[in-house]
Design a protein around this ligand. Structure first.
Ligand code: 5GP
Ligand code: ZN
Length: 116
């Protein structure tokens, strides 16, 4: 079952409170916390509580995918001027390093085009 808590998954451990994180939002479906290595003035990860590998598995639950986007917009409105870039790295060759789905919310200042 891909949705179960995975003790070897760093984001499952953050969700369980075993690893500290700087949370900016939490509800029954997702949490959002600041990225450890920010690549923009605001860099927050929105993470569904269920362990799913990537955005293609997240898209199997359209309401959860939509909720993830809604929370991303709320975070961008609260932490910056409301403009944001939403990124799902999907697969190792696309730069995915944590295989528990997460949306990168990048905001604040003027974002360069291109990578991440
Ligand atoms: P990916 O490369 O999989 O799209 O993104 C993983 C992101 O998770 C990276 O931007 C990385 O900085 C962030 N990250 C990895 N481990 C931790 C952690 O323990 N805490 C936090 N807050 N971010 C993490
Ligand atoms: Zn996980």
């Amino acid at each position: 079952d891909t949705l179960r808590h995975d003790p070897d998954c760093i984001f499952c451990r953050i969700l369980a409170g075993e690893i500290p994180s700087d949370r900016v939002h939490e509800d029954e479906k997702v949490i959002a916390f600041k990225d450890l290595h920010p690549q923009a003035p605001v860099h927050v990860l929105v993470v569904p509580r269920e362990h799913r590998r990537d955005v293609t598995e997240l898209a199997e639950d359209p309401a959860l995918l939509a909720h993830t986007a809604t929370v991303a917009a709320k975070v961008a409105a609260e932490q910056a001027d409301g403009d944001f870039r939403l990124v799902f790295n999907t697969g190792a060759s696309a730069g995915q390093t944590v295989f528990h789905v997460h949306a990168h919310v990048l905001a604040g200042g003027t974002l360069a085009e291109g990578e991440l």
